[in-house]
Design a binder for this molecule. Structure first.
Ligand SMILES: [Zn+2]
Length: 124
């Protein structure tokens, strides 16, 4: 995959990190899809059914987290190609470079992220 050469060096670096993170997540999801297929056959490998169930819950949480993260990574890569990467999806302001370095796939600036966590939390 080629991403525009107009990217700044720091964005090129983030693009490379996002691309390899995307590959990682896709591999992880493929593995977990295969594990679901094999789950019946491998039950005898687990001594403790409760522990197995706990593991399944953890796997499920990790998988749904990976799906969400992959969506963020893919849309960040799309924004890199479109030249809108680094701008907050909610307010359109540039996202702090340090935040991007720590969370290359984030679609939101710190302010909007905090706002969303306070307002629209689906957990409540
Ligand atoms: Zn914002």
């Amino acid at each position: 995959m080629t991403i525009g050469t107009q990217l700044s060096p720091s964005h090129r670096d983030l693009a490379a990190r996002l691309a390899s993170r995307g590959d990682e997540l896709r591999a992880l999801l493929q593995r977990s899809a295969r594990m679901d297929d094999d789950a019946q056959a491998e039950v005898t490998d687990f001594k403790d059914a409760a522990a197995e169930e706990t593991q399944a819950v953890i796997d499920e949480a990790a998988t749904s987290h990976a799906v969400l993260e992959l969506e963020q990574v893919d849309s960040a890569l799309r924004r890199l190609r479109e030249g809108t990467y680094g701008l907050c999806l909610d307010c359109g302001e540039p996202i702090d470079e340090r935040r991007l370095a720590a969370l290359p796939a984030t679609p939101l600036c710190t302010d909007c992220q905090v706002l969303r966590e306070h307002l629209g939390s689906p957990r409540r």
